[in-house]
Design a protein around this ligand. Structure first.
Ligand code: ZN
Length: 474
């Protein structure tokens, strides 16, 4: 690796960037060697320490630009979908993988693709960004598009109230370059509130199929009031959490009319989703079908489609390419284990949990469950949110129900109050898996709904027993 030629790069700034990139790359190599595995942000931390502008400089090298993706649920899947679309069209894509979605993760990803002289040789950047890091990310990356999926209550102990997050996102979007587009979920009242104040009109997307809607908000819904007058919003359709078709009874706030909608939605458990995407402006409707499950994924797919056309991809190409998509690691993963089909699904907050439960119970007719709750930093240390999850759905449906994770005992209490009978709590991942196999008849499917680190623990146990690949090999 040669230092930059001062006659070409010219500046002290170029040398600092080179040092930052080199140090970041060395850190990444070291962490791979010590098998800390994917998702580490350490190389980003190190590089930013040496050159705080490293991400700004690298992002400016991208041939066509970047998109940043934020929201409480669905970031990783949506980012994977967008990368999948761009890569299929022959583009070289830089993206932060494995859920390392803080600004340091984005920096680490850019470093990984940078050459030794500190230049980034790629066409597009696809970065999933924590809601709280969005202002910094937009300022440094100067993206072509910023996508906001939803704003649900999540890990309050880490980020504070939804209101302050909404304000941060609003300020960040107001700071987008004039030529950039905000892509916003019209069905989410908080996202709609943010978008209604933007000077530059956003592109709105939303679902348009009441046959897949519910008509009551779940317990966990946390945005029921009008941002203008405080009245309770009226929901004509509820799709996911508080996302749906809503209006204020006083007429001062309603769901923005979406530019791009998903219609004729067909759900097949965790296996498949199909929908017709209709665009107000575009030419023909596109029928899309792909191997992802759950209504929440309808939003992720629609968002990726909206992003794809915004970044210049052809609608027919997008529909074709999506057919071959496979779920991102750990968000949803299937494997065979001692003659049982395991379905691992990340469920990290009330809105997410209610949707995966609904999919597992109502759409996939699930009977066997391992539900695992951890309270480490990445899960949120306050687990009181489990009281906002509608575990009552399991009544009369769950034949096997194992409470797992280091807060298995809290889950057991919650299940008792939900009126569903469960096996004794198993805090050890290996014993929890054994209990699940014992309780699940051979040939049947067991659904493992887990918080983030609980899922990592279960997966590590499956890797140890040779039933799953380590995730740096997937
Ligand atoms: Zn109102």
């Amino acid at each position: 690796m040669m230092p930059p030629n001062p006659k070409i790069d010219g500046t002290y700034s170029g040398t600092v960037l080179w040092m930052a990139v080199l140090a970041g790359k060395a850190t990444a190599a070291l962490s791979r060697l010590t098998r800390r595995g994917g998702g580490t942000t350490l190389p980003g931390d190190v590089a930013r320490l040496i050159d705080p502008h490293v991400l700004r400089k690298l992002a400016a090298d991208l041939k066509f630009g970047s998109i940043v993706i934020t929201g409480t649920n669905g970031k990783t899947t949506t980012a994977r979908l967008i990368s999948w679309l761009l890569e299929g069209a022959g583009h070289r894509v830089v993206s932060n993988r494995s859920g390392a979605n803080l600004i340091f993760g984005a920096t680490a990803a850019a470093l990984e693709s940078a050459s030794g002289s500190g230049r980034l040789r790629a066409d597009w950047g696809v970065f999933e960004i924590d809601e709280a890091s969005l202002p910094k990310a937009i300022d440094e990356i100067q993206p072509k598009a910023a996508l906001v999926l939803n704003l649900f209550r999540d890990q309050l102990d880490r980020y504070g109230e939804l209101e302050s997050i909404a304000k941060k996102i609003e300020a960040a979007l107001a700071n987008l370059p004039a030529s950039s587009t905000a892509l916003l979920n019209a069905d989410d009242p908080r996202v709609a509130e943010i978008g209604s104040t933007l000077g530059h009109p956003p592109l709105w997307f939303g679902l348009d199929d009441t046959t897949v809607a519910e008509h009551e908000l779940p317990h966990a819904a946390d945005a029921r009031t009008c941002p203008r007058c405080g009245a309770s919003l009226i929901f004509d359709a509820v799709y996911v959490g508080h996302d749906g078709v809503y209006r204020c009874p006083n007429g001062d706030f309603e769901r923005p009319s979406p530019d791009i909608t998903a219609q004729k939605i067909k759900l097949d458990g965790f296996d498949n989703i199909a929908m017709t995407v209709h665009s107000k402006k575009a030419t023909a409707d596109q029928r899309i079908a792909l191997p992802l499950g759950g209504l929440y994924n309808a939003y992720n797919v629609l968002a990726a489609y909206t992003a794809g056309i915004t970044l210049g991809l052809d609608p027919t190409y997008i529909a074709h390419r999506l057919r071959d998509f496979h779920a991102a690691f750990g968000r949803q993963e299937r494997m065979e284990f001692r003659g049982r089909h395991l379905n691992l699904v990340l469920s990290k907050n009330p809105a997410g949990f209610n949707e995966t439960l609904r999919t597992a119970v109502d759409l996939a007719n699930g009977n066997n469950f391992l539900i695992a709750l951890n309270d480490r930093k990445a899960d949120g240390t306050d687990v009181s949110w489990i009281w906002d999850v509608d575990f009552e759905r399991l009544q009369g449906k769950a034949r096997a129900l194992i409470p797992g994770g280091n807060r298995a005992h809290d889950l057991a209490v919650r299940f008792k109050y939900a009126g569903v009978s469960a096996s004794p709590p198993e805090t050890d991942p290996g014993r929890a898996l054994d209990a699940l196999v014992k309780a699940t008849p051979e040939g049947e499917t067991a659904h493992l709904l887990c918080t983030y680190t609980a899922m990592l623990d279960l997966r590590a146990e499956l890797v140890r027993r040779g039933w799953a690949k380590p995730y740096w090999e997937t």
